[in-house]
Design a protein around this ligand. Structure first.
Ligand SMILES: O=P(O)(O)OC[C@H]1O[C@](O)(CO)[C@@H](O)[C@@H]1O
Length: 560
């Protein structure tokens, strides 16, 4: 794959590879049963290693010539050149004129990378050292609240990328958590979220981390003020002296942001603020100081392993040959499914309960990145983009929505993720329960790929009129990802894998995967609608008829 400078974006539909793929799609008759029967080397040839991840693409709807065309497409649109530009720190986020350097957050301290005249690796490690020292002081009990008690609960206040990464990783790494410190997360501006999270907490032992890249997000700032009020009221009603209450914000609030001036305006001591940079997108920020709650939970050493895991896959993506480059191959397959086979959604099915928030995390990563309608140069897209990512852990999903994946009329590519060694190995007396669990993982991918023919159904003695309902067509694509265990490193590897899959798809489609203008309009309108909601008649009159009637109905129903 050529890494030479490349004019970008390219309309992918104008490439020769795209035409070949279109022709292939027209005559495509996937036959996973036949392909496996006639090709003994298929599983081995289409299985890859990336770090600790074993990735089996053999149950994908792909054969060798098709793979060649997909790789040719990557070449024609310039994936390698764009990737290298990202790693170098060029301003590939064109609509915001910013570098995209989440990969620099996990470079080892010995590395150096100069961007816009600044060694970003030195900056990254300077902040990391401060985050680590803070986390250590909370973990050791050295950090005390305003009344002198040690911290028992850390509440991260943030939303989107300032929430989803930390909460997902906190859940995933449950086995590595500090035994005496719990982390909780408030994201929604629905006051129920804060009420439920704070209900049983003691203000004297609770520390808040206000995490917001911009420090301008309505939800986060509102929740931060709400929590500040809760803290001060709680301390006062517990009989704390005025001097203790005066000191409370400094002892119970820290912040993570790129806007340190706004942090100071909020009243948080700049010594208790951890910065990061505009070249870290919100949905790519869990490996920045946004992960501070995670550092408190698992400790600096484990967090460093997490960063190493991310870096391992960054290096794989940067250096592995195209035909063995797992994120590249997975991204190209997603393009094939979306643009040529009509897939509109993509299931992510972790066979690891601790990854239960991983699909939600991936929803922001993939859909905020690639849910775009124009290319980076403003030209309208001529190919479909942005699959809907969704999922739930197996086996729960099996008893809910797998029916649609197995027998529905649409193709739903599915990623299965499992670990060989569970965090909590348990038996039911006779059986290792993890083995029962993983038997389901293997069985599901088999059922999807190979299905069950009408003759096989008949051979079970099924009445003829029920045979069609019991047939499984097979040829439903899946990817299986297997790791040794859900360690901090493996979690980092999984995150980086999906970051680079997302990147690959964005480059092929020619879009800026690093802006998110699509979230702005709703935010602006919320500000405009708020006066109408709170009773301003003029503002109400300005609304369209539907919105006006909804607000009127709301106001009529609302008890004060
Ligand atoms: O960290 P901030 O600036 O509060 O933003 C939160 C989230 O809001 C968005 O800007 C838009 O939803 C996300 O990209 C971001 O992760």
């Amino acid at each position: 794959m050529s890494s030479a400078p490349h004019v970008w974006p390219v309309d992918p539909t104008s490439t020769a590879a795209w035409s070949r793929l279109r022709d292939r799609a027209g005559a495509f008759e996937p036959d996973l049963r036949g392909w496996f029967a006639t090709d003994a080397g298929r599983a081995e040839r289409l299985s890859f290693s990336a770090g600790d991840l074993f990735v089996d693409l053999s149950k994908a709807l792909v054969d060798a010539p098709l793979l060649e065309d997909l790789l040719a497409l990557a070449d024609e649109v310039g994936v390698a050149a764009r990737r290298d530009a990202m790693f170098r720190g060029e301003h590939i986020n064109t609509t915001e004129d910013r570098a995209v350097l989440h990969t620099a957050l996990r470079l080892p301290e010995t590395a150096s990378l100069e961007v816009d005249g600044q060694d970003v690796v030195a900056d990254v490690h300077a902040v990391l050292r401060r985050v680590y020292a803070f986390a250590e002081s909370v973990r050791s009990g050295e950090w005390r609240g305003a009344t002198g008690e040690r911290i028992r609960t850390v509440v991260n206040i943030g939303i989107g990328g300032s929430d989803l990464g930390p909460v997902m990783a906190y859940e995933a790494l449950a086995a590595y958590r500090h035994p005496a410190i719990e982390c909780r997360f408030i994201s929604n501006i629905d006051p129920t979220d804060a009420a439920a999270t704070l209900a049983d907490l003691d203000p004297a032992t609770t520390l808040f981390i206000v995490a917001s890249k911009t420090f301008g997000t309505l939800e986060t700032l509102t929740n931060a003020r709400l929590c500040r009020q809760w803290l001060l009221d709680g301390l006062r009603s517990a009989g704390a002296d005025a001097s203790v209450v005066d000191d409370a914000v400094a002892r119970h609030f820290v912040a993570v942001s790129t806007a340190l001036d706004k942090v100071a305006d909020f009243g948080i001591d700049p010594d208790n603020a951890f910065g990061f940079w505009d070249w870290v997108g919100g949905r790519y920020s869990v490996s920045s100081a946004i992960g501070t709650s995670l550092v408190v939970a698992i400790g600096p050493e484990r967090f460093a392993e997490f960063l190493d895991g991310l870096h391992t896959i960054d290096e794989h993506f940067r250096t592995a040959p195209p035909a063995e480059n797992v994120p590249l191959l997975m991204g190209l397959l997603n393009v094939w499914y979306t643009d040529f086979l009509g897939a509109a959604t993509h299931a992510v099915l972790p066979y690891a309960q601790l990854l239960h928030r991983f699909p939600a995390y991936l929803q922001q990563l993939t859909m905020e990145s690639n849910g775009k309608g124009v290319r980076a140069d403003g030209t309208p897209l001529t190919a479909g983009t942005g699959e809907v990512f969704w999922g739930e852990p197996g086996t729960n999903g099996q008893h809910a929505f797998y029916q649609l994946i197995h027998q529905g009329t649409r193709i739903i590519p599915a990623d299965f993720i499992a670990v060989a060694n569970p965090a909590y190995p348990l038996t039911d007396g006779d059986t290792d329960v993890h083995e029962v669990f993983l038997a389901n993982f293997f069985a599901q991918t088999k059922a999807l790929a190979f299905g069950k023919t009408a003759d096989e159904v008949r051979a079970e003695g099924t009445a003829e009129d029920v045979v069609p309902a019991r047939v499984f067509t097979g040829n439903r694509p899946s990817t299986s990802i297997l790791a040794p265990e859900l360690s901090p490193s493996v979690l980092g590897q999984l995150i980086a894998l999906y970051e680079h899959i997302t990147f690959t798809q964005g480059v092929v489609w020619g879009i800026d995967s690093f802006d998110q203008w699509g979230v702005e309009l709703g935010k602006q309108l919320a500000q405009q609608v708020l006066p109408a909601v709170t009773g301003d008649a003029e503002a109400l009159a300005d609304q369209d008829a539907s919105t006006r009637s909804l607000i009127e109905r709301y106001r009529a129903e609302r008890r004060s």
